[in-house]
Design a protein around this ligand. Structure first.
Ligand code: NCD
Length: 325
């Protein structure tokens, strides 16, 4: 939404002067370290509440429009669950082909329509920059749930929360990102977010799927320690967080190129013998073949727990932008 001053005439007890009230969440660049601590604290509180009572009425009467132009299981259903656990409700638009988008309606018009009915819009769209375009058109908060190969800020926030809950801290860690670092929007957001901490980043990928130079330059300017290679064995023994990504088949222009790199890395129980005992393996999911199921029962496999942390973080973000955190 366009920036607007807080309204000083709201009734006492209303928290609409809270810093995130009415804000869009488009990029991790909007967050500083203090904001992150705040998100973590609220998410932690959400976890306690869900464990204690399951559902509660913090956002009773509020409506979320879940607008998905690309497939999604976790992001879409966790936003739905978040809203419903907070007592609100959801307009789900998962199949844009059944909406007026298939008649040629523009994104700004669709967003302007949905904000007539909803208090907040969650958007996933195949084009980089689409979330910013939607946010400009809308008066209500827009939350970016993935804009093409651009960013996926709520995923990065839940990833950082996962690391914090699992390992207790972020400063001093070595994080290795593995797989499709070119098209994987989750690693674009997470690496930027981790630049708020004293983290060492290793990028391991096939040559044609390297982390974009733009991200590397940005983090170099922040004096972040980064290494690049094609060989996981070199960095695995020192790694505290191994962040595995899927090769993003849908972003390849030439299917033959995808076929060449799709199986470049497979994490399995044998490979993980070289890793520390106290470390975690994360994955935004869905996985295809890049983590073997024979590793799932290992206590270091954190990817299923990571999904659950996502619920608490998205509950926190909804409460924040709707002025109730
Ligand atoms: C990711 C995405 O959509 O970018 N999934 C997710 O949101 N959990 C990763 C992926 O699709 O590989």
């Amino acid at each position: 939404m366009p920036s607007q001053p807080n309204n000083p005439h709201l009734p006492f007890g209303d928290q609409r002067t809270a810093p995130w009230y009415g804000k869009d969440i488009i990029s991790v660049k909007q967050f500083n370290r203090e904001d992150l601590e705040y998100v973590f604290a609220v998410a932690h509180e959400m976890r306690t509440m869900v464990e204690r009572v399951g559902t509660f009425d913090l956002l009773k009467g509020k409506i979320l429009a879940n607008l998905f132009y690309e497939p999604s299981t976790r992001t879409s259903s966790s936003f739905t669950a978040s809203m419903e656990r907070l007592g609100g409700s959801v307009i789900p638009i998962n199949e844009v082909k059944y909406s007026s988008v298939s008649k040629g309606e523009s994104l700004p018009d669709t967003v302007r329509t949905l904000e007539c009915y909803a208090d907040v819009i969650v958007l996933r769209h195949p084009e980089t920059g689409s979330a910013a375009i939607a946010a400009k058109a809308a008066r209500k908060p827009v939350i970016n749930a993935g804009d093409g190969v651009g960013e996926h800020p709520t995923q990065a926030l839940l990833d950082a929360f996962t690391i914090r809950e699992e390992l207790g801290h972020l400063d001093g860690l070595t994080v290795t990102m593995l797989g499709d670092l070119k098209y994987g929007r989750t690693v674009h957001s997470l690496s930027r977010l981790l630049s708020l901490y004293k983290v060492k980043l290793n990028y391991v990928s096939p040559d044609i799927l390297k982390m974009p130079q733009e991200v590397i330059d940005e983090l170099n300017a922040k004096k972040m320690e980064q290494t690049e290679s094609g060989d996981l064995a070199q960095v695995l023994p020192q790694t505290d967080v191994l962040y595995v990504t899927r090769v993003q088949k849908e972003r390849f222009e030439d299917p033959a190129v995808y076929e060449k790199v799709k199986g470049a890395y497979v994490i399995d129980a044998a490979i993980m013998k070289a890793a520390k005992d106290r470390m975690i393996v994360m994955h935004p999911l869905p996985r295809v073949t890049e983590i073997s199921m024979d590793f799932d029962e290992d206590p270091r496999a954190a990817y299923f727990r990571q999904m659950e942390y996502g619920l608490y973080v998205r509950m926190a973000l909804l409460a924040m932008v709707l002025g109730k955190a």
